[in-house]
Design a protein around this ligand. Structure first.
Ligand code: ZN
Length: 240
């Protein structure tokens, strides 16, 4: 079990308890839909955590035992305690992976890691989206054809106020004319972050094989790896 990747899927889990259409689509919550898919992979140890749990389910102990954290949030992003955001931030800089999905671009943790507003255009208009793979050699695009077609999604549009991604894997076109950087990689400290935009709560996108495959690939790419301890601060010279 020692070499397994430990994944924690975090979700605010609010829409799925009060919005009829969302309850129907994700009766056990978005986190469970994602976790159920990842659990089929033998090398992954998958757990879930939600906002309502003590410390939002993200105790020091949980994060210490998380190689990558998946994050979905929307209407309750401001209810996430700053203390927990600080803790997640520290773990990312120390090497824990973070996969930020859809509207969680406006989560406290993503904005803190990016240092920008992370805002974009948006519109709920059932528009078609084509997610183009713009870096076919990237491990996150493994097993994906030239593009992923999504019949209906919430439209996101540029300008998306993020720093220039360290690597861009997907870029989307929407029926209404917008484009959007929909799959972005960032390095922060020893941690890797992947932002992936599909996943509005009223569409069945976390049952879409291609969307799930990208999340699975991103788990492998972001997961914490063995790495040397890094010394910072005042040090003696190496050479005499
Ligand atoms: Zn949305």
């Amino acid at each position: 079990m020692g070499n397994n990747i430990k994944v924690t899927v975090w979700n605010e889990f609010v829409h799925e308890k009060k919005d009829k259409d969302v309850i129907k689509l994700y009766p056990k919550g978005i986190h469970s839909a994602i976790a159920d898919y990842l659990k089929k992979r033998k090398e992954l140890e998958v757990k879930t955590a939600t906002l309502e749990e003590n410390e939002h389910g993200l105790s020091e102990e949980v994060l210490k035992n998380t190689d990558t954290l998946i994050w979905w949030g929307h209407i309750a992003q401001n209810d996430v305690k700053d203390k927990i955001v600080e803790r997640v931030h520290k773990h990312v800089l120390e090497g824990m992976g973070l996969i930020v999905l859809h509207s969680a671009k406006l989560s406290k943790i993503f904005k803190k890691l990016m240092g920008t507003t992370c805002a974009s255009k948006w519109r709920e208009a059932d528009e078609r989206e084509i997610l183009w793979v713009v870096n076919p050699a990237h491990p996150i695009a493994e097993g994906i054809e030239e593009y992923i077609e999504i019949e209906k999604n919430e439209t996101y549009g540029e300008h998306f106020d993020i720093p220039n991604p360290d690597e861009l894997v997907f870029a989307s076109w929407f029926e209404g004319g917008e484009i959007f950087r929909s799959g972005c990689c960032f390095y922060r400290g020893k941690g890797k972050i992947f932002y992936f935009s599909p996943g509005h709560e009223t569409y069945p996108l976390y049952y879409n094989e291609n969307v799930l495959r990208v999340i699975y690939n991103a788990v492998h790419w972001t997961a914490k790896k063995e790495s040397p301890t890094i010394t910072r601060g005042n040090v003696k010279s190496l050479e005499k």
